[in-house]
Design a binder for this molecule. Sequence first.
Ligand code: ADP
Ligand code: ASP
Ligand code: MG
Length: 444
Amino acid sequence: MIVMKFGGSSVRNSQMIRRVIDIAVTRLENAPVLVSSAMGKTTDTLVLVASCAQGGDRDAAFALIEKLEATHYSAARELLADSAGLEHALNRHFEELRGLTQGIFLIRECSPRSSDALLSFGERLSTLIITAAAREQGIDAELIDARTLIRTDALFGSAGPEMDRTTRNVREQIRARRDHLYVTQGFIGSTEDGVTTTLGRGGSDYSATIIGAALEAEAVEIWTDVNGIMTSDPRIIPKARTIPTISYDEAAELAYFGARVVHPYTILPAIRRAIPVWVRNTAEPLARGTCIQARAEGSGVRAIASKSGVTLITIQSSRMLNAYGFLRALFAVFDTHRVSVDLVATSEVSVSMTVDRDVDLSPVVRDLSPLGEVSVEREKSIICMVGRNVFRRADLLARIFAAVDPSPVRMISLGSSDINLTLLVAESDTVRVLRSLHDLLFDS
Ligand code: ADP
Ligand code: ASP
Ligand code: MG
């Protein structure tokens, strides 16, 4: 079996949905499961709907929903000769979405649980259209609600899958059938009590490998808007090149440190069963793309990722001198507030850590204060170079730092696994540093 995931830009309008179905047709003999994101920027719009409703601006929220209706109905009409049945189904969903939005407006509150219910509409709407459009092309397509497949914990907003139960669900409902197309939603799942959850933004990639692992699929394909994983984000570095093969751990590092092309957790389910994960371009289906697999060919630096909007927290304390238990107390604070730390550097009298910008730091800073003097520096960027066994070479390190100059480097981390070299720079230096590192590492 094969799992094919299509991202938002791959299903953004009727023409793209036609392409997606053409690609799915070429895989029918592999018993495909098609996992889809919401159309285009639907999820972003739904986030706005929630914040308008919560903020008391009912009209703005409903105007946004009308815009969504227009895109979905026009895709339905363009794809189906007779779209009455599909429009009826879409309409039922939009009524429910309006009801939920009205509820959020009335109580002026959008809990993570309500937010997940609201965001789930994007994928639920897109898959209705895709399934109907595939049937229109004579394909034996069947829509399965991902909430009956992916069982998660109740951490709304970034729920984690419960793999045993999910595997059972998937195997009960999805059987290898040639010439049959299963369609399901990425991004969403449900708790034991059937409450809708989401896996976090960009989580449809993760859905695809969760389902792929449950089915022990021969491959998972992530279809997106670029020719695979590239040496850097092509939006920032237009001359970035496709990497033909990359290992699971290299891809995971890149994803974690900002290469949005795959969600950071995507690789985990695939590793366990050694399933190859392909990243391919919906607009150029003949291009080979990238294969993420256990072992990759080639060596040297693979790629450079960047992640802006990073905040640096430093704690200075003489209590660290010759003491144990200090780091445990410090990380317990992050644990309590469920704040995840990316980079860490320590000296005998200070510890520096990075976290994402959107984290509410005030409770963290409050609880850290008894441990030492806390300072917070915002607007930093992580620049992460990934490659195997290369960063111990002094000549390369010297050239890397020469290329970064004159941008000051605020923090450095060279992983013990020697797979990445990570620098923290000012956010305003991101593009300059990326360009000169890309020139150095891939053009010379
Ligand atoms: P989708 O909607 O298909 O999930 P995303 O927007 O989430 O697509 O991811 C694709 C985008 O990831 C690309 O358009 C590109 O700008 C960005 N990207 C960041 N880093 C990389 C990289 N190293 N290689 C390829 N794309 C990258
Ligand atoms: N639609 C969701 C998002 O935009 C999930 C995804 O596309 O992967 O975050
Ligand atoms: Mg994505």
